[in-house]
Unconditional design. Structure first.
Length: 80
């Protein structure tokens, strides 16, 4: 379902960085980078991407001991 989305620009301010699978509970976690939560939700709506939750988080850099980098959006996709 998502493979074609990896090959095309989704939106100017939304980047799909990676996907992780948790085989023990059959869930998929995707790492998105965007200017806002609403930008990610707009992509989900446009491409009909199902999700259970969307969490806005910050990245911790253990080398500096500080929170750094852009906001990362991490939705939890429903199992197929």
């Amino acid at each position: 379902m998502l493979q074609p989305l990896a090959r095309e620009p989704l939106a100017e301010d939304v980047i799909w960085r990676a996907t992780f699978s948790a085989f023990d509970d059959n869930r998929t976690y995707c790492h998105w980078e965007a200017a806002s939560k609403d930008a990610v939700l707009a992509v989900f709506s446009k491409y009909e991407i199902p999700y259970e939750a969307l969490h806005q988080v910050r990245m911790f850099d253990p080398m500096t001991g500080r929170m750094e980098g852009p906001v990362i959006e991490e939705p939890v996709l429903q199992p197929a």
